[in-house]
Design a protein around this ligand. Structure first.
Ligand code: NDP
Ligand code: 2IT
Length: 451
């Protein structure tokens, strides 16, 4: 039995089912780091992986709130504090009806390695709730956030655990959460990142993940000696925070981004999407992508239900570079086959684990430049740490300062990942490079800190 198979057996003992997203994330990491475990026995001798796969703690709590009709509503809240070997727990909060412990464990685990790759002193965590902000009034969202924080505040702090946003959690939700934390604790501190600028948020935090994934891709294409993105057709999925800012940066550098999507359908505008209109429709009005057709009747909208099962319309659009920026497992094996068949050269994950394991393997096998989420989308948490620095120093950095620091950090992450892959004999494989580099740093810290 290979070392990877042995480690997977140990992981299965934790009770994680094979179809779970946490299993998917772990399996990939275990296969990637097998050469490291084989070349240096200290990792298995110190049972590092066995210790790392179990979260330090999972906090699960009830959230009770009143809707606008005075009905009592009950949701479940979570915080998975996974590992703090490198620094305080850090990671986003997701509000979406699909949220459960397995999803948060996968996101928390990915966050440990992502935060490690940034080179910053941050541990890994993730949290959230099955609450759905969609269709709720601002008042209902506020009631929910207050009730959520009533419980969560006991477990977080600027040196303990610093949550941020993720799906369904943006500046509005972070603002309500911060307000409640301040009220309960009577302290004004940087306990959350992604705050609105007027009370301690960093300039460029909303843009950070989307811009960061483009900076990473430009560097990757340069290292892999491929043509840059300027003038090239790009496809993006999702139409939330990450997707829209990736589109914005792609347009700024002269790429032609022809798509975006949401859970209801895909928008295709071959002239390049109008990002100003999209930001208005999705970020300000929280409306439907079909509204876009009122201004651009020639654009195409493909409802999700009209596309054959197993694939997604957005990945059947010919492109040079693809940017999945919606959610986990949104890009399947069929989608990967379509992208490759249509001549796609580069795939960069803005969302967390948007490609299925089969899709990832196809990209690697076909030598597509593939930027895995834990490296490519680290820009969000990088600027979160810049927000923490600014809060601690009572300082304010300009947009340009933050942008420049983000760009440099994303380029450094990319180079580190590429060099690690080369060192371990898998040149060009950014999945293995990211997993080995991310794991090694956390593992070394865990051993140095004892058990
Ligand atoms: P948003 O809530 O702003 O947007 C999410 C987008 O994804 C929406 O367009 C949404 O469509 C779509 N989406 C969500 N769930 C599904 C689903 N089950 N099927 C199809 N589409 C779906 O979230 P973000 O943009 O912040 O996050 C997007 C991804 O990026 C996530 O994977 C997140 O973990 C990751 N990420 C986010 C970071 C951040 O700083 N915000 C940092 C790093 C990674 P609809 O509105 O129809 O649901
Ligand atoms: O997945 C992620 O990296 C995030 N949702 C952002 C985490 C953060 O702490 O800014």
């Amino acid at each position: 039995m290979s070392i990877a198979e042995m480690e997977i057996k140990k992981f299965e003992k934790t009770g994680c089912a094979e179809n779970d997203v946490f299993y998917q994330a772990m399996e990939e990491v275990i296969y990637s780091i097998a050469p490291l475990l084989e070349s240096d026995v200290k990792y298995t001798k110190n049972a590092v992986l066995e210790r790392l796969i179990v979260p330090d703690r999972i906090i699960k709590f009830k959230v009770t709130w009143f809707d606008d009709n005075q009905n009592i509503k009950v949701n479940t809240g979570y915080r998975v504090q996974f590992n703090n070997a490198l620094g305080p727990y850090k990671g986003g909060l997701r509000f979406h009806p699909s949220v459960n412990e397995g999803i948060l464990k996968f996101l928390g685990f990915e966050q440990i390695l992502k935060n490690s790759l940034t080179g910053l002193a941050l541990g890994g965590a993730k949290g959230g709730s099955d609450f759905d902000p969609k269709g709720k009034s601002d008042f209902e969202v506020m009631k929910f956030c207050s009730a959520f924080m009533t419980e969560l505040h006991k477990y977080i702090g600027p040196r303990i655990d610093i949550p941020a946003g993720d799906i369904g959690v943006g500046a509005r939700e972070i603002g309500f959460l911060f307000g409640e934390y301040k009220k309960i604790t009577s302290s004004y501190e940087g306990v959350l990142t992604g705050k609105p600028f007027m009370f301690g948020g960093s300039l460029m935090r909303p843009e950070a993940t989307g811009y960061g994934v483009v900076y990473f891709t430009e560097r990757m294409l340069e290292l892999e000696k491929k043509e840059p993105l300027k003038g090239k057709i790009c496809t993006v999925s999702g139409s939330g925070n990450v997707a829209l800012h990736a589109i914005e940066k792609l347009q700024q550098i002269g790429a032609i981004t022809v798509s975006c999507s949401d859970s209801s359908g895909t928008l295709y505008d071959p002239r390049g999407v109008d990002i100003v209109l999209l930001k208005e429709l999705k970020l300000v009005n929280r409306g439907s992508l079909t509204e876009y057709l009122k201004t651009y009747p020639d654009a195409k909208y493909i409802p999700t239900s009209d596309y054959p099962e197993g694939g997604h319309a957005v990945w059947n659009i010919p492109c040079y570079a693809a940017f999945p920026c919606a959610t986990q497992n949104e890009l399947t094996e069929i989608d990967a086959q379509n992208l490759i068949k249509n001549g796609c050269v580069s795939v960069s994950e803005g969302a967390n684990m948007p490609s299925t394991a089969q899709a990832t393997n196809l990209f690697l096998y076909n030598k597509i430049c593939f930027a895995p989420a834990k490296a490519a989308n680290a820009g969000g948490v990088v600027v979160s740490s810049f927000e923490m620095s600014q809060n601690a120093a009572m300082a304010r950095w300009t947009f340009e300062e933050v942008d420049e620091k983000l760009k440099i950090t994303m380029q450094q992450i990319c180079t580190r990942v590429a060099l690690t892959a080369k060192d371990y004999g898998v040149e060009g494989n950014y999945v293995d490079g990211a997993n080995i580099a991310g794991f090694k740093k956390v593992a070394d810290a865990m051993m140095a800190e004892g058990i």
